[in-house]
Design a protein around this ligand. Structure first.
Ligand code: NAD
Ligand code: USQ
Length: 387
């Protein structure tokens, strides 16, 4: 693909920073925007990244040292309309990759304040991006990170965004019903409706990537220099299941399987997140088209994942215990789950499936940073029903 201009919102985050480096390595013109909300939340929680992440400015300098390529940065808040208009007008992007939201379900369930903050941050930010596109960059392609959790766990197969419905003798293809399980996941549902509206009414072009749970810490670009590493959270609010289990294995903390452990989700390696986003950017939809791709490579129950980490740990000489703790969330602990995920494969996705070697590699990488692990924020405390 010839070089294009890509604006990466949330470009200082777990996924945004490696994505920025990847597009830059391919020769694209990359601009990132971030307000460091994620770094601030980690401080608020008394938690922190396992990996010693550098400031955004240092990362960009290190990337230039290593690759001789430029990434430009704008520091500001996507809920500020003036900031968003400025970066869109200044960049004139071909594609906008939008990671810039509060991504944690537990954070959004701490209390009323955190729920409202999450929905304001996510929904207002995305609305600002849509208006800026309508007025300043109507040809640009919005690649928006949504989540598989928008669908929840219905007792039917999950389709990719839309479902054909026969009703009273008539047929239509309509958005798949949504049953999100947290205020955060709800914010993504609101975003999806808003973006769909922007495509239908204003002729925007957008790809909504309903992503599963991401695991992993290393990409070809982060491996070039330790200063380029991405953040990696393992606390009860910001950490995700497999990442948390591997850190728990390293420090001898019993793996925290919530409830029965039959909660089944789609998962993918961070390398495949970047691959999927690249495929979406390289294959834009038409004006007015709203596409939904389910972005994960395989599905696992959290119980299966914990058993996997336990088995790989044993092979590495680590004694890993699994502890079923009362589920702090309100969610189905055993359920049917079968979600379609063919559209990215049709575009050329080559999945990096979870193997024992990948789990071992993840554990080894975590062991390198073992001295930085904070124990206090690991135990689950945030409850969906705090009464
Ligand atoms: P992250 O918190 O590390 O990255 C998000 C970045 O956006 C952060 O750097 C944050 O500071 C920035 N940001 C948030 N609100 C902002 C605002 N108002 N203005 C400017 N910058 C803002 O999270 P992540 O894990 O990299 O997730 C990125 C995106 O992917 C999120 O939208 C998340 O919902 C989605 N997602 C993540 C996963 C996962 O497992 N990590 C899975 C599915 C979907
Ligand atoms: N879980 C455990 N033990 C833990 C942590 C989690 O059993 O220590 C369980 C949870 O109860 C849940 C499942 O694992 O059933 C997934 O939880 P998670 O914290 O790994 O992921 P989740 O809260 O769903 O959120 C993460 C990202 C979010 C993204 C979402 C994709 O933080 O940004 O949107 O994964 S998805 O789950 O497909 O909606």
């Amino acid at each position: 693909m010839s070089p294009v201009k890509i604006l990466i919102l949330g470009g200082d985050g777990y996924l945004g920073w490696p994505t920025a480096m990847h597009f830059s390595s391919l020769g694209h013109h990359v601009v990132v925007a971030d307000n460091f909300l994620r770094r601030g939340i980690a401080i608020e929680l008394g938690a922190g990244s396992l990996t010693p992440i550098r400031s955004l400015q240092e990362r960009i300098g290190a990337w230039h040292d290593v690759s001789d390529r430029e990434i430009r940065a704008h520091i500001g808040d996507l809920t500020d309309p003036g900031f968003v208009d400025h970066i869109v007008a200044e960049t004139s992007p071909d594609a906008i990759v939008h990671y810039g939201e509060q991504p944690s379900a537990p954070y959004s369930m701490i209390d009323r304040k955190h729920a409202i903050q999450t929905q304001r941050n996510n929904v207002e930010g995305t609305l600002n991006v849509m208006f800026a596109m309508r007025d300043l960059a109507p040809e640009a392609h919005l690649v928006k990170l949504g989540t598989m959790g928008e669908y929840g766990t219905p007792n039917i197969d999950i389709e990719e965004g839309f479902i054909e419905i026969d009703h009273n003798g008539r047929t239509d293809t309509l958005p798949f019903p949504k049953l999100p399980g947290s205020m955060y996941h709800l914010s993504k549902v609101h975003d999806s409706h808003n973006i769909h509206f922007g495509c239908r009414i204003w002729g925007l072009r957008a790809t909504d990537l309903n992503q599963g749970v991401v695991y992993g810490i290393r990409t070809p670009e982060t491996d070039l220099d330790e200063r380029l590493c991405t953040r990696f959270d393992y606390d009860e609010v910001l950490g995700t299941a497999l990442n948390r289990f591997c850190v728990q294995a390293v420090v001898g903390y019993p793996l925290t399987v919530y409830g029965k452990g039959g909660q089944t989700r789609g998962f993918l390696n961070i390398i495949d997140t970047i691959q999927c986003v690249r495929l979406a950017v390289e294959n834009p939809p038409d004006r007015g088209e709203y596409r939904v791709f389910n972005q994960f490579t395989e599905q696992w129950s959290v119980r299966d994942l914990a058993e996997r980490v336990q088995r790989v740990g044993a092979d590495m000489g680590i004694n890993v215990a699994v502890e079923k703790v009362a589920d702090p969330r309100i969610e189905a602990e055993e359920h049917y789950y079968n979600a379609a995920h063919t559209k990215l494969l049709e575009l050329g996705l080559r999945p990096h499936l979870l193997t024992d070697d990948i789990v071992a590699h993840l554990i080894e990488t975590i062991q390198r940073y073992k001295d930085r692990i904070l124990l206090a924020p690991i135990a689950p405390k945030t409850r969906w029903d705090p009464r």
